[in-house]
Ligand binder design. Sequence first.
Ligand code: IPE
Ligand code: IPE
Ligand code: MG
Length: 244
Amino acid sequence: MHASAAHHVAIVMDGNGRWATRRLLPRVAGHKQGVDTLKRCVQACIERGVGVLTVFAFSSENWGRPTDEVSGLFDLLATALAKEIKPLHENGVQLHFIGDRSGLSPKVCAGFVEAEALTAANRRLVLNVCFNYGGRWDIVQAAARVQARGEDMSEEAIEASLALAHVPAPDLLIRTGGEQRISNFLLWQLAYTELYFSDALWPDFGGADLDAALAWYAARERRFGKTSAQLSGAGDAMHGRQAA
Ligand code: IPE
Ligand code: IPE
Ligand code: MG
C-alpha cells in the first residue's frame, strides 16, 4: 500500500545564506528572497490540496548567529506579518506561530496573537510558522504541562501538549539546501515522517520542486513497523485463516 497524497508537509527552509553569498549579497537578502519563496509555496500547497504546512523559520539555535543577521530576521518577520496577514486571511489560511514566546518581545507576541485570532476560522490551509522553535524545547514544555496538570506521564498526554497538538504529525518533511539533518526541528512528531532532501537552496525552491517531493512521497510505502504483506492485506488474510 503506497502513501496517498501528503496531508501535512513540514519544511526546513534552508540555504538562504548560501543563495545570497553566491550573489555577493548580504545574507539577509537571501532571507528576504526566502519570504517570497514561502509566499509562493503557500499558494502552491493550497493549489495541490495540502491541508497543513509547517515551516521552520527561526530555530532556538539561530540566536547564535551574528546580531545583524538575527535582527534582520526579526525585521523581516515583522514586515512580512504586517504585509501578508490580510492576503493570507483572504486566502483562507489559518495561521499559527509555534515556539518559545518567552524569548520574544511583547510586540512580536502581540502580532502573533492578533494574526492567530484573525485567521482562526479559516479552513483552506493551516500554516504553522515555527519561530524560536526547538524540538527539545517542545518536548520539555509538553512534559511540564502534563506534570502541572497532575496527569500521569504517557505518550498520549505529551502528544496532546505538544506545540503542534492541533494537527496530525507531518506525513512528509522536506529539507532544502542539501543538508541531511533535522537541526532540532520536530523531534517527537517526525517519528514516522517520510524524509525528503533537496539540493535546491530555499530561495530557488519552486512549484516543480514541490511536485517532485510530493510525487516521491506518493511512491513511499509507510509501514509503521509492520510488514509489506500485512499492509497489502495478505498478512491479515493468512492470520484470518489460521484463526478460523
Ligand atoms: C535558513 O537559511 C534560514 C534560517 C536558518 C533562518 P540559512 O540562513 O541557514 O542558509 P545557509 O544554510 O547559511 O545557506
Ligand atoms: C535550520 O537551519 C533552521 C531553519 C531553517 C530555521 P540551520 O541552517 O540553522 O541548520 P544547521 O545549523 O545547518 O544545522
Ligand atoms: Mg542553514
